[in-house]
Ligand binder design. Structure first.
Ligand SMILES: Cc1cc2nc3c(=O)[nH]c(=O)nc-3n(C[C@H](O)[C@H](O)[C@H](O)COP(=O)(O)O)c2cc1C
Ligand SMILES: Cc1ncc(COP(=O)(O)O)c(C=O)c1O
Length: 211
């Protein structure tokens, strides 16, 4: 099939009975996405994180949602990475989830803050040893001469930490506290349902948008 002929007709559930709190609405949709996933390789917690590049160009990449609190969405990364440097310069960011099996999209924008150190350390301690060593071995986003360099750095970290692997100081989590969240449900004739929540400083307001 040619690229231009590729399209799906969405016949999924309409948007109804939205929770007053968008993070609670998100939790409901996330559970549905997880529980209805048709294949085990679909990472329903994968989300596109968009930041403002230091040169002004938007930058995006996929990260994994690793926690949901009453105040925001959490992910973990290298604080010295490109995204880490961008978030240090401008903490405003957006997240996007697309769950194709439900024809649902969630769009979030807000401000990130680093998680408390003990939360990052606790999450790091739960990761497999190989991933922990990888966090020491990789200066994420820095140029490298070859992948052999990475393998050597992994072996060095393995030798340095024969027991427990500590959380690198440059590694940890962020929480994005939403200011705007949009819930999108794919519908027939491209007349999708969209509801945008925005926070007026005190309350969440809901607004339907044209698709
Ligand atoms: C499915 C998937 C999940 C990923 N999850 C993470 C993650 O949680 N944290 C992370 O640092 N990188 C993750 N990555 C790698 C990032 O997409 C990205 O390549 C890396 O963080 C470097 O981005 P940066 O140079 O913009 O900082 C993931 C990639 C994919 C495809
Ligand atoms: C480089 C990197 N860091 C962190 C993560 C977050 O996931 P985990 O903590 O499960 O490895 C990922 C996931 O793909 C990743 O690629």
């Amino acid at each position: 099939m040619s690229i231009d002929a590729m399209r799906r007709v969405f016949r999924h559930a309409p948007l109804t009975e939205l929770h007053a709190d968008p993070l609670q609405q998100f939790a409901l949709w996330f559970t549905e996405a997880k529980d209805s996933s048709p294949v085990d390789w679909l990472e329903v917690n994968a989300m596109t994180l968009c930041t403002q590049g230091l040169d002004g160009f938007p930058q995006s990449r996929v990260v994994l949602l690793k926690g949901l609190s009453g105040t925001g969405l959490q992910f973990f990364t290298n604080y010295d990475s490109q995204k880490g440097q961008e978030l240090a310069a401008d903490p405003r960011a957006s997240l996007n989830f697309y769950w194709p099996h439900l024809a649902r999209q969630v769009r979030v924008s807000g401000v990130v803050q680093k998680l408390p150190r003990q939360d990052s350390e606790a999450y790091f301690a739960s990761r497999p040893r190989g991933s922990q060593l990888g966090a020491w071995a990789s200066q994420q986003s820095a140029p490298i001469a070859s992948t052999a360099e990475l393998e050597q750095a992994l072996a060095d970290a393995d030798a340095r930490y024969p027991g427990e692997v500590p959380c690198p100081p440059h590694w940890g989590g962020y929480e994005l506290a939403p200011q705007i969240m949009e819930f999108w449900a794919g519908r027939e004739n491209r007349l999708h349902h969209r509801v945008r929540y925005s926070h007026d400083g005190q309350h969440w307001q809901q607004q339907w948008l044209a698709p």
